[in-house]
Design a protein around this ligand. Structure first.
Ligand code: GUN
Ligand code: FE
Length: 439
C-alpha cells in the first residue's frame, strides 16, 4: 500500500483530483496498489498530493478544491504510470511485422538501410512519424526513446510531431560514417558531427517541454573511431543523453573485435570515446561479459532490453536477472522493426517469455515475476533513461504521466468474469479471476 498522505506544500493551484485505484512501482517495491486513493494534480501537471479517498473532506479544505469536482474512477478502472519504451526506431515503423527472415547484419543491409534512406523525403517522414507517435501513444507509451535516421530535418520533424501529440521523447538523429553495402546511406565524420550539432541546436531552440535530443551513434560497426570521438565530445560538452546498440549478436561482437582490435571489449570501444555515462542507454547487451556489465555499473549506463527483436532476429536471449544482479539499470524496448510490435505490453509479455525460456534451460533459474516486469516497463524505463525525476511512478512532484485503464470497457479486449473460485487476484478491492483475452 502507498502510505498516505504525501503532499507538496509549495505546489501551484489544483487543476484535477482523481479518486480510485492507483497501481505503480516504487524504488523499493515492484508493485504497489492504492485502493480508494485520492490524487491531486496542480496547474503545471505535477502531482501535488496523494492521499486516501476517506480524507477527501480534509484534503479539499487544505488544497481548496470542491469535493464534487473529484473525478471518481469506475469499479474496474485504475491508473498506472505511462509506459516507457527505451528503444524504438521510428523510421522502421513502416515495415514493422515484415522482413524478419535474416540475422541482424544482413537484415540491416537488405531491409533497414534502403528504407531509412527514404527519409530524405520529408513528406514520407511526416507520414510514418505521425503514425508511429500516434500508435505508440494509443498503446500506452507516454515516453519513447527514438532513433530517427541520418537526416537532420526529418529527425527535427519527429521531435515536432512528438511534441504536438504530447509524447515525452528522446529523439536521435542517427550518426554513421561506415556503410559498405548501401554507400549512399552514410555521412562523412565531418558531416555527421556538423549535422548533429545543428540537430541539437535547432531542437533545443524549439523549447519543446517534453522532447530532448539524444546523441546517437548507430553502433560501433557503423562508426569510425574519429566519429565516435566527436560524438562523445558533443554529448559531454552539452550534458546530453546518448543511445546506441551493443552486443546484440555474436557475429556483431566478432566484427567489433576485428574493427577495433586495440580495445579490451565492445563496451570499452564506447567507454574510451566518452560514450558511457549515466545518461547512456545501450540496446540489447545479450552477449556482454561480467567485466563489461561492471563497466556499465560503474559509469551508470543502462540497458534497453528488447526481447521481441532478440527472438525475431535470432540474436540471443538477454539474462535480465544477471543484469539486475550487477545493479545495472534496465528498461524495456520494442526495437521496432527488429521487434515486430510497437506495444510495450508486448515487450512485457516477451520479457516474461524469454525469462521462462531461460528457466526451461535451467530449472534453477530465478524467473522474473510479472510484478518485476511491470516495474521494468514503467519506473525501470524512466530510470534507464535518467528521466525518473519527472516520470515512472506516482510521487509528489513528478508529472502526472498516467494511463487510465478500464478493464471492463465496452468492446475492449478483456472479458472480466467475477468468480468465486480461482487464483487470488484483486481489482479495486474485489476478487476476480485473471483477465481472459478474446481471440
Ligand atoms: N544495430 C545497428 N542498427 C540497428 C537497428 O536498426 N536495429 C537493431 N535491432 N540493431 C541495430
Ligand atoms: Fe535497435
Amino acid at each position: 500500500m502507498i502510505s498516505a498522505p504525501f503532499s507538496n506544500e509549495s505546489a501551484a493551484g489544483i487543476a484535477h483530483v482523481y479518486r480510485g485505484t492507483f497501481v505503480h512501482a516504487t524504488y523499493h517495491t515492484a508493485v504497489e496498489i492504492l485502493e480508494d486513493g485520492l490524487l491531486g494534480v496542480d496547474t503545471e501537471g505535477k502531482i501535488a498530493f496523494i492521499g486516501s479517498g476517506k480524507e477527501v473532506d480534509r484534503l479539499s479544505q487544505k488544497w481548496g478544491f470542491e469535493a464534487f469536482a473529484v473525478t471518481q474512477l469506475g469499479q474496474h478502472e485504475f491508473f498506472m504510470p505511462g509506459m516507457v519504451d527505451t528503444h524504438i526506431h521510428a523510421s522502421q515503423y513502416s515495415y514493422a511485422g515484415t522482413a524478419l527472415d535474416m540475422p541482424l547484419l544482413q537484415w540491416l543491409n537488405m531491409y533497414t538501410f534502403p528504407v531509412e534512406a527514404c527519409y530524405k523525403d520529408l513528406e514520407f517522414a511526416r507520414n510514418v512519424y505521425t503514425h508511429v507517435v500516434k500508435r505508440t501513444l494509443r498503446n500506452g507509451t507516454t515516453t519513447a526513446c527514438y532513433f530517427a535516421t541520418i537526416h537532420t530535418d526529418a529527425s527535427l520533424l519527429l521531435g515536432q510531431i512528438a511534441n504536438d501529440f504530447g509524447q515525452r521523447a528522446l529523439v536521435g538523429k542517427v550518426c554513421m560514417d561506415t556503410n559498405n553495402f548501401i554507400p549512399h546511406y552514410k555521412e562523412t565524420p565531418e558531416e555527421s558531427e556538423g549535422e548533429t550539432n545543428r540537430f541539437i541546436g535547432e531542437l533545443l531552440k524549439k523549447k519543446y517541454p517534453l522532447v530532448r535530443p539524444v546523441v546517437t551513434p548507430r553502433f560501433a560497426p557503423s562508426c569510425s573511431a574519429t566519429l565516435l570521438g566527436h560524438l562523445g565530445e558533443i554529448a559531454q560538452n552539452n550534458d546530453l543523453h546518448i543511445q546506441s546498440h551493443i552486443s546484440e549478436t555474436k557475429e556483431e561482437v566478432s566484427l567489433v573485435k576485428e574493427l577495433f582490435p586495440d580495445y579490451d571489449s565492445y563496451t570499452d570501444v564506447y567507454h574510451r570515446h566518452n560514450l558511457l555515462t549515466d545518461k547512456t542507454v545501450m540496446a540489447h547487451g545479450c552477449h556482454l561479459t561480467d567485466g563489461e556489465l561492471k563497466l556499465f555499473r560503474e559509469t551508470g549506463a543502462s540497458i534497453a532490453h528488447c526481447p521481441n527483436s532478440n527472438i525475431s532476429l535470432c540474436s540471443g536471449m538477454l539474462d535480465v536477472r544477471r543484469v539486475l544482479n550487477h545493479k545495472v539499470k534496465l528498461g524495456l524496448g520494442t526495437d521496432v522493426a527488429g521487434g515486430y510490435s510497437p506495444s510495450m505490453l508486448d515487450a512485457v509479455r516477451r520479457t516474461l517469455d524469454t525469462s521462462k525460456a531461460l528457466t526451461i534451460q535451467d530449472t534453477q533459474y530465478h524467473t522474473l515475476t510479472f510484478e518485476e516486469v511491470f516495474r521494468l516497463a514503467t519506473l525501470g524505463g524512466s530510470q534507464a533513461l535518467s528521466l525518473d525525476e519527472n516520470t515512472g511512478n506516482f510521487e509528489v512532484g513528478k508529472d502526472f504521466d498516467a494511463l487510465r485503464v478500464n478493464t471492463d470497457a465496452a468492446g475492449g479486449p478483456i472479458d472480466l468474469i467475477n468468480h468465486g473460485e480461482g487464483p487470488k487476484v484483486y481489482v479495486a478491492g474485489k476478487r476476480v479471476v485473471p483477465f481472459v483475452e478474446r481471440p
